[in-house]
Write a protein that binds this ligand. Structure first.
Ligand code: CO8
Length: 259
């Protein structure tokens, strides 16, 4: 695999750990970093030995946002014609679950990147915010969209309109943005534990759950329920449904084939 400049990667069993590694800039998401991230995520998504992915940063910063120095002199027409940062959405196309393990700053694009993941775990010193308005711009990768769905309108408005009201890890958990908070030093291990649990289940069934939950954000309830029921019915075409239910009836552990 090609040498990575801004990421560290590691696998533990069926779990891949991707660490944002641009320490001098608090993991500011320059476009080169994001291209590497997209490539690595795509590779793990296509890798049969991987069942789930953990995305993390450093203890000081998950990511302090898009790279302000890199983008400050850009103009509208080039942004539009080149679809500036449009490639950020690629990570949302990954079919395997991604757990964001957020320590330190998750600001601007860093908070948005965490929200593109499927589960967010936070270290106790994590800080979530959308400071774009203070730079004379607006969130561009979900801060005015996914954040509303996670924490509701009033909190999302307060965070995005002031740019300076941030959520602590505890507040983020209470608001539903984050599912669990851990001491910073055990955060990644805890995320890996959960990822391992998921990675040892049936991969196609796991992907169906992710697909179905994501569909709830895009469809009215009746269409979402239909989509879910059809997928549920389809699981009965898989070997893993036969195995999972047989194992329950026989009082033994299921041994899924993963694919
Ligand atoms: N971009 C570039 N460099 C950065 C960034 C950033 N976002 N954040 C930090 N850095 C750099 C600093 O410039 C500094 O570099 P240097 O040592 O060369 O001066 C280094 O990282 C360390 O930072 P600080 O010295 O500032 O560290 P502090 O501990 O004093 O402060 C903060 C930490 C509070 C996190 C501070 O760095 C900060 O406010 N950073 C900017 C946060 C921000 O505004 N983020 C939003 C960026 S805009 C955005 O994300 C838009 C996303 C749109 C996506 C659209 C997709 C379609």
């Amino acid at each position: 695999s090609p040498k990575l400049e801004y990421l560290l990667t590691e696998t533990r069993g069926r779990v891949a750990i991707v660490t944002l590694h641009r320490p001098k800039a608090l993991n500011a998401l320059c476009s080169e970093l994001f291209y590497e991230l997209n490539q690595v995520m795509k590779d793990y998504d296509n890798n049969k030995d991987i069942g789930a992915i953990v995305l993390t940063g450093s203890e000081r910063a998950f990511a302090a946002g898009a790279d302000i120095k890199q983008m400050k002199d850009r103009h509208f027409i080039e942004n539009y014609t080149e679809d500036f940062l449009g490639h950020w959405t690629q990570i949302t196309k990954v079919r395997k679950p991604i757990i964001a393990a957020v320590n330190g700053f998750a600001l601007g694009g860093g908070c948005e990147l965490a929200m593109m993941c499927d589960i967010i775990y936070a270290g106790d010193k994590a800080v979530f915010g959308q400071p774009e308005i203070k730079l004379g711009t607006i969130p561009g990768a979900g801060g005015t969209q996914r954040l509303v769905k996670a924490v509701g309108k009033s909190k999302a408005m307060e965070i995005c309109l002031t740019g300076s009201v941030n959520l602590s890890a505890e507040e983020a958990e209470r608001a539903g943005l984050v599912s669990r908070v851990f001491p910073a030093d055990v955060l990644v291990d805890e995320a890996v534990k959960t990822a391992e649990k998921i990675a040892n289940l049936s991969l196609p069934i796991v992907e169906m759950v992710k697909d179905s939950i994501n569909t709830s954000f895009e469809t009215p309830l009746s269409a979402g329920l239909n989509f879910e029921r059809r997928l549920f019915q389809a699981t009965f075409a898989s070997q893993d449904q036969k195995e999972g239910m047989a194992a329950f009836a026989e009082k033994r552990k299921a041994n899924f084939v993963h694919n």
